[in-house]
Design a protein around this ligand. Sequence first.
Ligand code: 5GP
Length: 191
Amino acid sequence: MKLLKDRILNDGKSLAGGILKVDNFINHQMDPVLMKSIAVEFVRRFADLPINKIITIEASGIAPAIMLGYLLELPVVFVKKAKPKTMGDMYLSEVHSFTKNRTYDICVSREFLAADDKVLFIDDFLANGNAAFGILDLIQQSGATLLGMGFIIEKSFQEGGKRLRELSDIRIESLARIKSLEVDKVSFEED
Ligand code: 5GP
């Protein structure tokens, strides 16, 4: 997606350790116009699938997921990273965070994932794929079906994309695939 890649080149900052900072338009300040274009591109890539629900994980997946849910007129469920005291029956899993170097619980209420759901997962980044596998675990616990996973940015020099694409029957789409990140230099995969 050229618009997104241009924005990454103009406003993204590549830090040491293979981290891309996109605080200016995705992770802190958000650009709703770009987010709408991102959602339109996700519609183009996933609209043929019989999805009835979008799932994401707090916090940075929520903006693209809600835009997409608005366009497709589908409910959006966000998985929580801490177990709320008020939440009763839930599915639980664990995720190791690459950026924060720690393991945390993720959970979703049983009320919002059912065995007949056909789900699309949306997130901001795909790195090692740990968040995505945690979400897949929650979906499998519920008996629902994961049909697709859409990421705004994939760092293809990390193993997540390869691990996810080995799963059959799940469509994986990333709108900008980063081949290498050096300090102040971002290179993309050819589309
Ligand atoms: P994974 O679970 O695929 O290793 O990492 C995915 C999560 O880690 C994303 O949801 C995102 O929050 C965070 N993440 C991974 N790499 C980066 C990065 O380079 N920049 C930012 N801003 N977040 C990242």
